[in-house]
Design a binder for this molecule. Sequence first.
Ligand code: SAM
Length: 314
Amino acid sequence: MPQLYEQIVKQALDKRKDIASADTNCFRLIDGAGDGCPGLWIDWFDGRALIQIKDENSFSIEELQELASELQAGSAYLKLLDQHQKESPVHLAGRQIEQPFCVLENGIRYEVDFMSGYSQGIFLDQRNNRQEVGTRVQIDGKDARVLNLFAYTCGFSVAAAVAGAITTSVDLSRTYLNWGQKNFQHNSLNPAQHYFTKGDVFQWLLAFARKGRTWHSIILDPPTFSRGEKKKVFRVENDYGELVHLSAQVLEPDGWMLCCANTRTHSAEDFEQQVQAGIQTAGRSILSKHFAPMPCDFPGEQYLKSLWIEVKQA
Ligand SMILES: C[S@@+](CC[C@H](N)C(=O)[O-])C[C@H]1O[C@@H](n2cnc3c(N)ncnc32)[C@H](O)[C@@H]1O
């Protein structure tokens, strides 16, 4: 078994040699079946490994420690992937991580926390989309004003702000927005020059439309399921069209949107239809669209749908 791990880790690292660089020290190191390891996912955060499994009986603790040693990580933590999504990762090997720390992605610093519960502060599968947001913002120049909905720790907002945009980040959680403000500061950006709006995206989109506020670009990257204010339930399969409809009403003429859905059960075709319907019912039409593939360190299941659209008046 150790020899097997040695080979798996070597091959996985080899496949990722174009990602790991002076500018990027966080990426997915092993992506389940995509790297020949069904049931095992490993994220790499600047020398710290987050080993993730779905079934606690699928690996013995000795096997996991052997794997951790093969990774030569300063610290290795274990997370049990769980639909209730509550527990922080637990220490497996190496140094204990007692403080949040920063990782680098395409030269941008993001704060990661292994003690923050189920999510560590950055979703690595969005790396290429964050980079593309930065590129588009540079092209937009002085028009670049970005609305980031379901902002979490404001990763997209930081990528946009580094490229010169004024950003508005909306999230239900004050804790995550505060974390987002720290991410701005880690990149020498002044959070006071940006907007951080706590509350339900659906309520805020209605309020923004009433007040006539608009943005040149909108990023939609919601969870698959959530319960917002007033206990309103959001499910990607049922409610994405409404989300796009409300967003399109605060999008400037000739603006662009990034529509993401993190779902295994929903086909790309169905998702695209929802987006299309939301745009049309808002009285707009799609000028151009394309699906972006997942980053190459995610060769496993292609669950993340990322549809970039340019929108014009109907
Ligand atoms: C999966 S994360 C989104 C990831 C994020 N877009 C990113 O780039 O990292 C889900 C986030 O959506 C927020 N959220 C869930 N439902 C919401 C709602 N109805 N209105 C505002 N925020 C919501 C949660 O608080 C959480 O921060």
